[in-house]
Design a protein around this ligand. Sequence first.
Ligand code: G3H
Ligand code: 13P
Ligand code: ZN
Length: 329
Amino acid sequence: MALVPMKQILDEAVKGNYGVGAYNVNNMEQIQGIMRAASETKSPVILQASRGALEYTNMYYIKYLVQAAVEDNPGIPISLHLDHGNSLQTCKEAIELGFTSVMIDGSLKEDSKTPTTFEENVKVTKEVVEYAHQFGVSVEGELGTLGGIEDGVGSGKVMLTDPDEAVRFIKLTGVDALALAIGTSHGAYKFKAKPTLAMDIINAVQAKLPGMPLVMHGSSSVPQELIEIINKYGGNMEKTMGVPMESIQEAIKRGIKKINVDTDGRLAMTGAVRKYLAEHPDAFDPRKYFGEAREAVYQSVKGKMEGFGTAGHAGEYEPLTLEDMKKLY
Ligand code: G3H
Ligand code: 13P
Ligand code: ZN
């Protein structure tokens, strides 16, 4: 199976009313851990690379590592998605590299820090949609801004999405999926206590545009046991909380279909490496501790595929190619 357009994965998720995780990847162990979980649970999956990931992997490594995942897992629909593209140029580069989906985060300027106006966001998003759809590539936009700053990305200010603006935005731009700001933020330090998310925004958009796939960024659950492992083995993370699985499930029922997860994978890997090295001070074979990290990613993602309801849906549809999708736009 070739890489599939993200639109198909999300449209199928709408039909089946389940969520699909979009997992950030930067290296082979993350990809293998995620793919083992997808293969065992028979889950469609979105592998996403940020601009930081493209820089870290020198672009080609991401492309071919994901290609390896495709060849190794012929029965699993996989989409390769650009996370938080900051300009038309970045999206063009990803499309040229073979990505089947791009996000243009027009909620922020090209510096990925300064919030834009609605009009500026519409303009750049529309340009990306017009460009990407010629190639059958799916596009995710974002309206509203998340809290938190991850590696310099984000304004740090929360601006929840206005549902009426979201509806206008979708109609004006033609995006295939829209990320809403409903109170989550990127990174490990999201909340001090159990959060209350602005779930009504999801319903308000769905009421006007039923079946529109919506996206939740900042969806890591920051499991306490992972923080404990990290701290037990020499780490120093402060008390923090993420988005509980029940809240994600509630969001999925209301219309969120793509769930972005990066931090939980980072925590799982960090805990596993710290634990292994602390318990084996004489170890120096990276396959041992990276192997543990890969296992921890697998465990984390498997739980999410089951929790989001993705499990079991991989074989339900014939995958579309970008050529097929081109004709459908
Ligand atoms: O939304 C941001 C993701 O967590 C990606 O993070 O830019 O450090 O790869 P990154
Ligand atoms: P987390 O930091 O909660 O994992 O969110 C990741 C994300 O939204 C990537 O776009
Ligand atoms: Zn994000």
